[in-house]
Write a protein that binds this ligand. Sequence first.
Ligand SMILES: Cc1cc2nc3c(=O)[nH]c(=O)nc-3n(C[C@H](O)[C@H](O)[C@H](O)COP(=O)(O)OP(=O)(O)OC[C@H]3O[C@@H](n4cnc5c(N)ncnc54)[C@H](O)[C@@H]3O)c2cc1C
Length: 463
Amino acid sequence: MSEKKLRLKNNSKIAIIGGGPAGSFFANDAIREAKSLGINIHITILNSKDFNQKGPNGCNMSAAVIASTLHAKLTRDGIILPEHIIRQKIKGYYFHTEEYGIELYKPDQTNKSTIMAVYRGNGPLFSTHTESHSFDDFLLKHVIKQGVTVISEPVLDLNISSDPDTPATVVYGKGGQRNKIEVDLVVGAFGINSNLANKIENLNLGYIPPKTVRTCQMEIPLDPAFIKSSFKDNIQVFALGIEPFRFASMVPKDNYITVSLVGSRDLTSNDLIDFLNHPVVRKNLPNNWEMPDKFCMCLPKIVLSHAINPFSDRLVLVGDASISRIFKNGLESAYITSQLAVRTAFEYGISSEDFARHYYKPARKLLAMDNKLGTVILAISDFVTRQNWLVKARLSYVEDKRGSWIANHLNALLWNMVTGDAPYHKILIQAINPLFQIKLIPITLKALIIAIVKYPFYRNPTK
Ligand SMILES: Cc1cc2nc3c(=O)[nH]c(=O)nc-3n(C[C@H](O)[C@H](O)[C@H](O)COP(=O)(O)OP(=O)(O)OC[C@H]3O[C@@H](n4cnc5c(N)ncnc54)[C@H](O)[C@@H]3O)c2cc1C
């Protein structure tokens, strides 16, 4: 059969597996695209989680910070977050290292879009609010209003025939039931915490899921007045330079803070306890704070690489199951991959060749190539944050010389590292800026001399 025949047409059916952000973004964009082409499309989202539940069972576990760049795109698309979904508007970031901390300021003050902290599910386990707080549920309801059908049942199996003329089959159901639907296109938006990835890998279509590592998250209930006065609407980011932690953050959400830890290996609840007992971290908690007996905690995976061949005839994968920017703004990657996949499906076709050329290639160029640079930059950043003498010297310089070119440059570099505002290639260009490097030489030399004089026999305890 020729590639041309594999196209979406009037009354085509699409099944989206997963009702997280990638699934809803795909549906939202597909409806808009179908309207502009004047065709009718039937979209069904199959989702295994009930976002009305509190705790991990109803949550697509994440720090749930919506970057200002994504927020601007959602606003442009008419997706306006209601007040009950926004847990806190974020002013900026406070960057902590083992010995020093500084408040980072927004490099581009003319940019008025806001960073938002939300909940992906209906808030922490044991929380007592009554109104729905779920960002993912809000997105799902947004697409339901536009005619999308949502079935709240897990997909169990999937069949993509080797004969392109045969529609794809999706098998779903719970409690031993197996219901089937036949569709023209299957969209895999099931993330990385699902066993469906391995099922699709075993279909021998060429798909290899992304590599992942297990992170650790906890929701800490605190007095809202304490959070307001202590966090000052800033996300606290910790680069403590100690194993196994690579990134750690505390995101204020009115009466809770979300602690998120990413490590160089799979993390456990013991790592969470170690982190919370670190003196720099303790300073951000009330003096008398103790680990509660019952609390909301989860160990979700995060991507470390991109998937290989996230497509075949009549199948395309988006969001985390496909290509996401590592350690940055996964929600926006879900938005980008969904948009690219929709454009391909409606403007070119739904064959393997169409997705390879018009979806996978540009998505790889945009996100995956950038991840390669990201891996190098993050390794350098890990090394630098372990050199306390250097970090302290540079950060205190930013603090003392606020407003100077070099302080602004270093602030912008750190801001882009901790937010999703800039791709890694832009961060690299900022980091290797010759003027910046030259201006850093005297600061670095001075700090090195002080370190040698003060601690001639110092050994880094993490090594
Ligand atoms: C610790 C941590 C912190 C993070 N912090 C941020 C952050 O602050 N900002 C940010 O932008 N990104 C963050 N991310 C990344 C972000 O969470 C992901 O990139 C994003 O959730 C990907 O969206 P998705 O729709 O692809 O997948 P998911 O959000 O995982 O959604 C997948 C959906 O598919 C459903 N599903 C799975 N299997 C099946 C099945 N068999 N049948 C039916 N449905 C199924 C699930 O129920 C779920 O609703 C973080 C990730 C982690 C782990």
